[in-house]
Ligand binder design. Structure first.
Ligand code: SF4
Length: 385
């Protein structure tokens, strides 16, 4: 497989791809209610809704939403129940909560104006690299790239990129190529054109190459097997599950250096029944980046045991790891929260919880996944030692 640096578009080809794609987009784009509007609020709402839901379903929800909430202030001042009600049927209700909290952030911290850079946009809850790229390019005309599943497919075919499209090597190739290609004059339209091409012409099966505006630049087509790219990857037959976990610690009572871990008991039936684990929350879908995972587990700590993550002395990120059960592939997004000595739990607790001194943690009935998490924490020099 070529290395990342070998996939390129020569400058003349880059210009030709931009021109052909934009011309095609001007003639064939679908008429969608969030198009042709330079309003970051509207782009943001549409992108949040589109993250897990088909375009055809989102259209009605988007229209109803805009009637009720015409601007970010109206969302910020609304009651969460009303937001959830309007979101009902779209699924992934965590996103509705993110929209509510981010709207408050925009109003309180940004004076009602959305940040216009990718970095600024990524400070909003639930906004990862893709969504930030979409808002920055579409609403602010910034020449920044975005990569979603459609863009991955189009780029894989244009440059005949082999290998797992989700590998980090290929992901960095896609982002680099998308960055090279994005049109500096019409970045938002260009990014939407790439996605539109993937959705309507360069489809996963039987792409319509004969009507494709960039056919003459497509190495997959030239090779005679466009739908061999991206390479099909044998996915595990195990059911995917995504969780956010935190290793929660506090200094043990007294004056020594020993730490205690917070553990929660799993329900008496189902997966890992009755075993103890670090605080863990199951996620509806894969988080769009580290901040979203941190946010999910922080919200869980607050809601389940009354620990406000903001009160932690240290808050860290331990990365992501996978654990295989016989029928489940669990992706764990790992955080660490270290609280001050004497911090106590609050509220009614649905599950038994306890603080366990680090020296006794080996004696606790914990799953292999839990042990892996603890080892990762110990290996982390900043928080584990
Ligand atoms: S020529 Fe075919 S495979 Fe290549 S980009 Fe166009 S539709 Fe996709």
């Amino acid at each position: 497989m070529p290395t990342d640096g070998e996939f390129t578009f020569e400058p003349t080809e880059r210009e030709a791809v931009r021109a052909a794609l934009l011309e095609w987009y001007d003639r064939h784009r679908r008429d969608l209610p969030w198009r042709d509007i330079e309003d970051p609020y509207r782009t943001w709402v549409a992108e949040m809704m589109l993250q897990q839901t088909q375009v055809a379903t989102v259209i009605d929800y988007y229209r109803r939403w805009m009637e009720r909430f015409p601007d970010v202030e109206s969302v910020a001042h609304a009651d969460i129940d009303e937001i959830l009600e309007l979101w009902q049927g779209l699924g992934y209700y965590r996103r509705a909560r993110f929209v509510h909290r981010s709207a408050r952030m925009v109003v309180d911290e940004y004076d009602g104006d959305f940040p216009s850079t990718v970095d600024g946009l990524e400070t909003l809850i639930g906004v990862g690299p893709y969504t930030a790229g979409a808002i920055a390019s579409i609403a602010f005309d910034r020449p920044v790239p975005l990569v979603d599943g459609n863009v991955e497919r189009v780029l894989s075919r244009l440059r005949a990129i082999t290998g797992d499209p989700k590998s980090s090597e290929n992901q960095s190739t896609y982002w680099r190529l998308a960055d090279d290609l994005v049109d500096p004059e019409r970045p938002g339209d260009f990014n939407q054109a790439m996605m539109e091409l993937g959705a309507t012409v360069c489809t996963p099966q039987n792409p319509s190459c004969l009507i494709c505006p960039v056919r003459q630049h497509c190495q997959g087509f030239e090779a005679g097997e466009p739908d061999a790219f991206p390479e099909p990857v044998e996915r595990s037959s195990k059911k995917p599950m995504s969780v956010a976990v935190s290793v929660v610690t506090r200094p043990a009572a007294g004056t020594g250096d020993e730490l205690e871990f917070l553990l929660m008991k799993r329900p008496e039936d189902g997966l890992l029944a009755g075993l103890w684990e670090m605080p863990t929350v199951e996620l509806d879908d894969e988080p769009d980046g580290q901040p979203e995972a941190l946010d999910a587990i922080g919200g869980f700590l607050d809601a389940s045991v009354g620990l406000d993550p903001e009160a932690a002395l240290e808050q860290g990120w331990l990365g992501t790891m996978t654990h295989l059960f016989s029928h489940i592939e669990m992706t764990m997004h790992l955080a660490a929260h270290h609280f001050p000595r004497g911090v106590t739990l609050r509220g009614e607790r649905e599950r038994p919880t306890k603080w366990v001194p680090a020296g006794e943690s080996e004696d606790v009935a914990m799953s292999a996944a839990g042990r892996k998490v603890m080892n990762r924490w110990r290996d982390n020099s900043a928080l584990g030692n």
